[in-house]
Design a protein. Structure first.
Length: 136
């Protein structure tokens, strides 16, 4: 399974992308939550701390705000996401339709060149850059 994320600036320009090959067999909700955690972790590590999270999983975006906590795998991942959010100087989240998340889905299909993870800080693939511009 591969997880992919994209970081953009306020003008929609791509700043950072990543794909991580994970040896897991998660369900859709767990995979989406793990992708959010992965993207948030790498974004913060790249010193971006003003975050607007967009996900095509309305259920997960809603669950980030639940007071009720559980012990399922997705609940534990959400707890880790909440712990990361605390270190953001600002954080907003929102739901986007699946069609508005095309670049992240494309990135998730890439195979990391050097092992299990590939981060792109510049030199983005031409096709990805084009789709990123259309995604706006």
């Amino acid at each position: 399974m591969r997880l992919g994320f994209v970081v953009r600036n306020e003008w929609g320009e791509i700043l950072l992308m990543g794909v991580w090959r994970v040896p897991a067999k998660w369900g859709v909700e767990e995979a989406e939550a793990a992708t959010i955690l992965y993207g948030l972790t790498r974004t913060l590590k790249a010193n971006y701390d003003r975050i607007v999270l967009e996900s095509d999983s309305l259920r997960l975006i809603s669950r980030l705000h639940y007071e009720k906590r559980g012990l399922a795998a997705v609940d534990l991942i959400l707890e880790n996401i909440r712990a990361k959010i605390i270190s953001c100087s600002s954080f907003l989240d929102g739901h986007v339709k699946r069609g508005g998340n095309t670049v992240a889905h494309l990135i998730a299909r890439l195979c990391p060149e050097n092992g299990d993870e590939q981060l792109y800080f510049n030199g983005f693939l031409r096709g990805v850059q084009t789709i990123g511009e259309m995604d706006l």
